[in-house]
Structure formats: structure tokens, C-alpha cells
Ligand binder design. Sequence first.
Ligand SMILES: NC(=O)c1ccc[n+]([C@@H]2O[C@H](COP(=O)([O-])OP(=O)(O)OC[C@H]3O[C@@H](n4cnc5c(N)ncnc54)[C@H](OP(=O)(O)O)[C@@H]3O)[C@@H](O)[C@H]2O)c1
Length: 90
Amino acid sequence: MSELLAGYPWRVFVAGGSGALGKTLIPKLVARGHEVTAMARSVDTADELRRMGATPALADVFETERLRRTVADARPTWSSISCPSCRRAP
Ligand SMILES: NC(=O)c1ccc[n+]([C@@H]2O[C@H](COP(=O)([O-])OP(=O)(O)OC[C@H]3O[C@@H](n4cnc5c(N)ncnc54)[C@H](OP(=O)(O)O)[C@@H]3O)[C@@H](O)[C@H]2O)c1
């Protein structure tokens, strides 16, 4: 991860940002200057992600169309969620 995202700022999309992995990952990404959008399912979670320095995006992995739009709108150059149809040119 550190090698993959080294060198210049990336737009990173993090699914499960409020979870154990996300809480570790997001502050590290933000500290390195990356622009982080992280998925949230509630307003409380969105606030938590904002405090970590991420931009929250409300979505649920089981709501396929909303998820597709949410990831596409974030225009990530790297995403923790595998969703080929979500990609747009960075
Ligand atoms: N922790 C590890 O050491 C480890 C190691 C290997 C693999 N993994 C895998 O990595 C993933 C994340 O692990 P974790 O430890 O961070 O898990 P976690 O602490 O249980 O967090 C789960 C995260 O997923 C979100 N989430 C759950 N259901 C969702 C849904 N339907 N739509 C959108 N978001 C949803 C939760 O959001 P809410 O806040 O809204 O509930 C939360 O942010 C899991 O698949 C786990 O099996 C973890």
C-alpha cells in the first residue's frame, strides 16, 4: 500500500471506513496528502469519517446502483472496493 500510493496525491475511495481497517488506513492516507472519500451508512458514521479527514459518501454495498454512482462521483485513482463498472477516467 505505501509503495502503491507513494509519490503524489491520489484520490482514494475507502469502503468500510468506520471499521477497524478503515480507522487505521484513513488517517495514514490523509497524513500523506491523499484525498480520501470513505463510504458511510449513517450520519453518525459520516461525522466520524469527516473527523478523520475523509469526505463521507453515503452508500450501502447492497444498493448496487447507488454504490456505482457514489464511487464514480468520487473519481478514485485507487479504490478499496472492486467495482469495474464504477470507474471513470481519473
Ligand atoms: N481487521 C482485520 O485484521 C482483517 C484482516 C483481513 C481481512 N479483513 C476483512 O476486511 C474487511 C473490513 O474489516 P474490518 O476489521 O475493518 O471490519 P469491521 O471493523 O467489522 O468494519 C466493517 C466496516 O464495513 C462497513 N459495512 C458493513 N456492512 C456494510 C454495508 N452493507 N455497506 C457498506 N458498508 C458496510 C461498516 O460500516 P458501519 O460503520 O456502517 O457499520 C464498517 O465500516 C472485512 O471484510 C474483513 O473480513 C479484516
